[in-house]
Design a protein around this ligand. Structure first.
Ligand SMILES: Cc1ncc(COP(=O)(O)O)c(C=O)c1O
Length: 439
């Protein structure tokens, strides 16, 4: 690891420390190149990437098909600022059709980062009805100054010495789960009651509820579908909008084109990002009725690189690719979870295998008895996850250690992964388990 360490030293000398991930047991390597599902570090070691940039790289690294689309567009027209392009108009039309909007009823606004698209959705909600914003514990909506207050307070937020940019109240509620084993869960109907009580008590109207259909950053936890259906009704009763942040779980990852649709509810606004640009370019979007999207006045939304023709052309190619592969996604997710169910049974692991769409989650209920190595102030379970993730890294397997109390291991292969690569992940995971037990 000497070369990785030398690069890490250069990193700390040249790049601000807030970019660092001291809590992440897989943060050691520095990455030099990639090919489909594999990443290579500066020492040339190959890793199976089942972290996938938290779903930004859903088509794998260096995707030939998207690179060809990018090259075509780069040689034609790559950047404009605030001027219309054929690539942008086509992408907007294709995205709306892909999400089931009839011509003329829906509209889209593009931006660059996920956080900026969340801000745009909040701007629309605030124009619809100024007032309070409701969000959820363990949620993640970005780290810009405006979105940070809605992201998990304990992990992602920093207290700045001024009260923040939000004048209206922000109410945060527990995020329910349908998995009995998920720690610290609250029943979904209790959460709804808490929200109802709070909104009835306060004299500020409701502007928006901002919610992920499944928690991305904190461990791919999903409430029962009925929670969202009831939440939507409650939000509308108070005159607000319900915004689905599908930046991480939309576009095939959580199941279906939109996870909210597979859960049987229709958000007022949907926010997309990450894999929308095929993992090659940053592009994000807010989608809703033409009336809502056009409630923002002329010229009130713009960024230099928003709706860049290059990004739009790649986005169109990515959507067409997703349309071709979407029917295969349920079986990929099932195969992935079956591999871990089989390992769980053979090793008698104290975990429950969860996940939807193309996601497998190992929810640890007890620590692994042999994981006695000291590791700061982590709980037994979090220590096990951390040590096992370290062993996985040594075996060349990247995953997303996560969860409300560091208790979950999340596996996110590209949607274009092969059966052999899924099996390879299982073998590497078992080798990591064996290493941990030998200690
Ligand atoms: C659910 C969700 N919302 C918002 C964001 C912020 O997106 P970005 O990092 O592109 O600003 C993320 C990023 O991880 C996310 O997962």
């Amino acid at each position: 690891m000497a070369e990785n360490q030398a690069w890490q030293t250069r990193l700390t000398q040249a790049v601000g420390r807030c970019f660092g991930r001291p809590h992440d047991p897989q943060a050691g390597p520095v990455w030099a190149s990639a090919e489909h599902v594999y990443l290579f570090d500066v020492e040339g070691k190959r890793y199976l990437d089942f972290r996938c940039g938290y779903s930004a790289i859903n088509f794998g690294h260096t995707p030939d098909r998207l690179i060809k689309a990018a090259e075509r567009q780069m040689r034609c027209l790559s950047q404009l600022t605030q001027l219309p392009s054929t690539a942008m108009i086509e992408f907007a039309e294709e995205l709306l059709a892909f999400l089931g909007w009839q011509a003329g009823l829906g509209k889209v606004l593009f931006n660059v980062s996920g956080a900026r698209a969340v801000e745009t959705a909040l701007k629309i909600a605030l124009r619809n009805q100024p007032g309070a914003i409701v969000c959820f514990e363990f949620g993640y909506h970005g780290r810009s100054l405006a979105t940070q207050p809605f992201s998990d307070a304990a992990t992602f937020s920093v207290d700045y010495p001024w009260p923040g940019i939000w004048n209206g109240p922000i109410y945060r509620f527990p995020y329910p789960s349908d998995a009995a084993s998920v720690q610290e869960t609250v029943a979904w109907h209790d959460v709804l009651q808490q929200i109802d009580d709070q909104l009835s008590r306060c004299d500020v109207p409701l502007s928006a509820v901002l919610v992920e259909p499944m928690l991305g950053a904190r461990g791919y936890i999903a409430p029962p579908n009925v929670f969202f259906q009831e939440l939507r009704a409650l939000v509308h009763r108070f005159g607000g909008l319900i915004i689905a942040d599908e930046i991480q779980v939309g576009l095939g990852r959580g199941g279906g084109r939109l996870m909210s649709h597979t859960q049987g509810w229709q958000p007022d606004l949907v926010v997309l990002g990450k894999s929308l640009g095929g993992g090659l370019v940053p592009i994000s979007a807010v989608v809703g009725t033409a009336e809502l999207i056009d409630s923002l006045p002329n010229g009130s939304e713009s960024e230099t690189f928003a709706a860049q023709p290059l990004a739009c052309a790649i986005g169109s190619a990515a959507l067409r690719w997703l349309t071709e592969i979407e029917s295969a996604l349920p079986s990929i997710g099932e195969t992935l979870r079956a591999i871990f169910r089989d390992i769980q049974a053979r090793w008698n692991l104290p975990v429950e295998i969860q996940g939807r769409g193309v996601v497998a989650v190992l929810d640890w209920r007890d620590g692994w008895p042999n994981s006695t190595e000291a590791n700061g102030a982590l709980s037994e379970v979090a220590r096990t996850v951390s040590l096992l993730a370290t062993e996985c890294l040594k075996e060349g397997l990247l995953l997303h250690p996560s969860g409300p109390s560091g208790n979950r291991m999340v596996f996110l292969p590209p949607l274009t992964v092969t059966a052999e690569q899924l099996a390879e992940a299982g073998h590497k995971f078992e080798a990591a388990l064996a290493n941990l037990l030998r200690k």
